[in-house]
Design a protein around this ligand. Structure first.
Ligand code: ATP
Ligand code: LTN
Length: 326
């Protein structure tokens, strides 16, 4: 059985890009593989955060992930800071990756351009991400398209460490979904839908009510040539709607394009599909919210399960690189 690992930051409202690009895939993987999923609260600290907000976002995200379909009986779900091995291995990763490699990360360039205070943690973020993944002898990492570079650098770090100190880590592969890997902002279809861009009309949140979802999709930017075809280069807005509808229905965007002739019809169908996808999640979330103590108990059990694997890998890495055992 393959080992699957992925992570998500508790750094804002969960949106349709997270859901279609990553979480739908996470739910599928828990059925077939040994799946480990992590709420990466330490990564969220790389940009300034209000403490109370971080605490409540972490618990809410756990409830949302379960509402989306993660089942603690089928996968391991936990919070990164509850398993200290992540921070411990991150240091070894920081000493394995180079300054030049970290300087080439596009996510760092984007986020540091938009931030007043650029923390050292934002720069070394990929080392902590590599630790997350490598601690679990991960074979597959299901993520959206924007994470390709982070998985590549994780592979480079694992190979370098293995080369220097002998076989220590499994070298992971990323898994990008066939549809939905890149959901774009509805108002700015040239950039990805994102938690941190604060584009209210361009982003659909998983907890958004049906009226608001319909309004936003109706107002989504398209173009004036009136033709429906999947072509991100010249028709980003229309292609994004086709991706959304395709991913929500489990069809390819090219296939979806064949069923429509008018933008208005495509928009209505996309809005219906998104509302149908979100409503059951919203209902389950409302139920889960009524028992935060149970959520915390499940997260604690998840952390204990994760730590069993993580501590073995950390010890192996520490021994191989020459740290004296205590
Ligand atoms: P930020 O914009 O602040 O970086 P984010 O919205 O990208 O946040 P993350 O927690 O970084 O959210 O990502 C969680 C998962 O969702 C990752 O696997 C990421 O690749 C995926 N993802 C995020 N945005 C999109 C998108 N627009 N389309 C498809 N997948 C996405
Ligand atoms: N960098 C990722 C979040 C993340 C992650 C991970 C994803 C942290 N650790 C390990 C996959 C595996 C992001 O911003 N989406």
């Amino acid at each position: 059985m393959a080992r699957v690992f992925s992570g998500i930051q508790p750094s804002g409202d969960l949106h349709l890009g997270n859901l279609l690009g990553a979480l739908v895939n996470w739910v599928n993987h828990q059925e077939e593989h040994e799946a480990v999923y992590c709420i990466v609260d330490l990564h969220a600290l790389t940009l300034p955060k209000d403490p109370e907000e971080l605490r409540s976002s972490t618990l809410e995200l756990a409830q949302l992930l379960m509402a989306v379909g993660l089942d603690p009986d089928k996968c391991t779900l936990f919070v990164q800071s509850h398993v200290p091995e992540h921070s411990q291995l991150a240091w070894l990763m920081e000493c394995t990756v180079s300054y030049g490699e970290l300087s080439r990360m596009t996510a760092f360039k984007d986020k540091s351009d938009r931030s007043e205070f650029i923390s050292a943690g934002l720069f070394t973020y990929p080392a902590l991400q590599a630790a997350d993944i490598l601690l679990y002898d991960t074979d597959l990492v299901p993520v959206g398209d924007d994470q390709r570079q982070h998985i590549e650098i994780t592979r480079d770090i694992a190979e370098r460490f293995n080369h220097r100190f002998g076989e220590t880590f499994v070298v992971p592969e990323h898994v990008i979904p066939p549809a939905g890997a890149r959901i774009m902002d509805l108002q700015h279809p040239e950039r990805k839908m994102s938690k941190s861009q604060h584009s209210v009309n361009g982003t659909i949140n998983v907890l958004e009510n049906p009226d608001s979802v319909r309004k936003k999709i109706k107002r989504a930017v398209t173009d004036s040539d009136g033709e429906i075809r999947f072509d991100f280069e010249s028709k980003a807005g229309v292609s994004n709607l086709l991706s959304i509808l395709g991913a929500a229905k489990g069809d390819s965007p090219e296939e979806v394009a064949k069923s429509f002739e008018r933008y208005g019809d495509l928009k209505s169908a996309a809005a219906d599909a998104v509302v149908d996808l979100l409503l059951p999640i919203q209902e389950r979330y409302a139920d889960l919210q009524s028992d935060p103590a149970e959520t915390r108990r499940l997260l604690q059990a998840g952390a204990e399960k994760a730590q069993e694997v993580a501590s073995r890998t950390l010890t192996r890495a520490q021994q191989n690189c020459g740290l004296l055992q205590a």
